[in-house]
Design a protein around this ligand. Structure first.
Ligand SMILES: [Fe+2]
Length: 405
C-alpha cells in the first residue's frame, strides 16, 4: 500500500501521541491516596472497636523516623477494612467548604497521609477481628492518629480512632538537601521546619570538618491553601507544608583529589595502578533555629565534600535519572507496582554514595498529585543522598499539574 509523505507524517504523530499517553499512564498512574474518597466518609463509631498506637512519644533520641505498632479490633471485621494514618491527629475537625451549591460540605476534609488494609499482616483479621500493623512514621511537624474504617475506600465508614502519637519536637529542622550554587564555590542548603520567622531565626552552622564553624543566615518560604490551584491540593490533599529554609554557604575551599598514575614495580608487568592522593575537603554542617528566648534547636550533623575548582583535573561521577516517585518502607499505600522501584533507587544510591559527586533528578519527582503530605515523605526518602551530595532537581513538562511533580 502506498503511503504518501503526509500519511507517513500522520502515522508518526499518532505513534508519538500513543507513546506520550503510554508514558503518562505508565509513569504517573494514579496517586494511591486518591483511591480513598475521604470526603464521602460517614461516622459509624462502634464502642466495641478500638485502635491503639504505641509508643506515644517518638524521636526521644533525636531521630526523625520511627517504627510504631498499631493494634486494632472490630466486632464486624471485613476484608475491605482499612487503617488510615492521619496527621494532624484531629483530622475529623477539618471540613471542606462546598465547591458549588449543589455539593454538600463533606464530613471529612483530610486525606490520610498513608493507609493499609487491616488484614495486611493479620490474615486472621476477617475471622477474629483482631489485627496489628508495623508502620514507619517520619517527623512531619504534627501529631498522628490512626483510624479504622470499614466499607472500603469509596464509601468509608469511620469505626474507631486511636490515641495520639507525636514526635518529641515536631518542629525540628529536618531533611536537608544540597544544591550546587551558581558559583563553583557555593553550596545551597534547603530544609524544612515548623518554625516561622516570627518564632525563630533560621541559619546553618558550618565549616571545615574539625575547623572553625561559622553561621550563615537562611531565607524562609511557605505557601498557603489559597495559593494552590485546586483540588485535591486545596481540599482533601491539603496539609500545612511548614517552612522551607535556604541558606547559601559561600567561598568554599576546592576539593583536591588527584589521580596519579603510580607505576608499582612489582605490578608493572601486569598492569598500571592508579592511586588517588590529595586533600579531600570535607565540610560539616548543622541546621539551627535560634528561638527568641535565645535557646537553640539543632538538627543532627551532616557533611559534604566541596566541589573542585573550574578546570581542575578531577574525576566527577554524575548520576542522572528521572521519574523516580516515592514509596513507603512499611508497604503502605502500595498500589502501582512502579512505586516500589523508587526505594530500590534510593537504596542503591545510598550504597554507592562515596562514589557519587552530584545527582541530577531531572523531573517527575514524587507524583504527589496534589497530596502535600507526600513531599515530606519524599524529602525524607532522599535525605541520606541529598544531605551529602548536591541533589539537582528539574521538572518535566508532564509535571506541570498543580503541585503534582
Ligand atoms: Fe513521569
Amino acid at each position: 500500500m502506498f503511503v504518501g509523505m503526509r500519511g507517513l507524517r500522520m502515522i508518526m504523530w499518532t505513534i508519538l501521541l500513543v507513546l506520550a499517553i503510554l508514558h503518562r499512564a505508565s509513569s504517573h498512574g494514579i496517586q494511591p491516596l486518591s483511591r480513598i474518597a475521604i470526603h464521602k466518609a460517614t461516622l459509624a463509631l462502634d464502642n466495641l472497636a478500638y485502635v491503639k498506637a504505641s509508643p506515644t512519644v517518638l524521636g526521644l533520641n533525636g531521630q526523625n523516623t520511627e517504627w510504631i505498632t498499631v493494634e486494632y479490633s472490630s466486632p464486624n471485621p471485613s476484608m475491605d477494612d482499612w487503617i488510615g494514618v492521619f496527621s494532624p491527629a484531629n483530622f475529623s475537625a477539618s471540613t471542606c467548604p462546598a465547591e458549588n451549591p449543589r455539593v454538600y460540605p463533606p464530613l471529612l476534609c483530610s486525606a490520610p497521609i498513608k493507609f493499609q488494609y487491616a488484614n495486611y499482616t493479620s490474615p486472621d483479621y476477617k475471622v477474629n477481628g483482631k489485627g496489628s500493623l508495623k508502620l514507619q512514621l517520619i517527623n512531619q511537624r504534627s501529631d498522628f492518629s490512626f483510624a479504622l474504617f470499614s466499607n472500603g475506600f469509596l464509601n468509608p465508614k469511620l469505626v474507631a480512632v486511636s490515641n495520639t502519637v507525636s514526635f518529641a519536637n515536631p518542629n525540628v529542622p529536618v531533611y536537608p538537601r544540597l544544591a550546587q550554587g551558581k558559583q563553583w564555590d557555593e553550596m545551597a542548603v534547603t530544609w524544612t521546619s515548623g518554625y516561622g520567622i516570627d518564632e525563630a531565626e533560621p541559619f546553618v552552622q558550618w565549616g571545615p570538618k574539625g575547623g572553625h564553624q561559622q553561621h550563615s543566615p537562611a531565607v524562609t518560604l511557605t505557601f498557603e491553601r489559597s495559593s494552590v490551584c485546586g483540588a485535591p491540593a486545596r481540599t482533601i490533599g491539603w496539609r500545612d507544608p511548614g517552612y522551607i529554609h535556604t541558606s547559601f554557604l559561600k567561598e568554599l575551599w576546592p576539593n583536591r583529589v588527584y589521580s596519579l598514575r603510580l607505576l608499582m614495580f612489582l605490578k608493572s608487568l601486569i598492569s598500571d595502578t592508579y592511586l588517588d592522593i590529595g586533600i579531600e575537603i570535607w565540610y560539616t554542617y548543622k541546621l539551627g533555629h535560634r528561638l527568641f528566648n535565645s535557646t537553640y534547636v539543632w538538627s543532627q550533623e551532616y557533611q559534604f565534600r566541596a566541589s573542585p575548582f573550574p578546570g581542575q583535573n578531577s574525576l566527577q561521577r554524575v548520576v542522572i535519572f528521572g521519574d523516580m516517585g516515592k514509596d513507603e518502607a512499611d508497604g503502605s499505600n502500595e498500589y502501582n507496582n512502579f512505586q516500589r522501584g523508587s526505594l530500590n533507587t534510593t537504596k542503591q544510591l545510598i550504597k554507592d554514595l562515596k562514589n557519587i559527586d552530584i545527582v541530577f533528578h531531572i523531573g517527575d519527582i514524587c507524583y504527589a498529585n496534589g497530596y502535600i503530605s507526600q513531599w515530606d515523605q519524599f524529602t525524607a526518602q532522599i535525605e541520606p543522598i541529598a544531605s551529602a551530595v548536591p541533589y539537582m532537581l528539574a521538572r518535566l513538562a508532564t509535571s506541570m499539574l498543580c503541585l503534582s511533580l
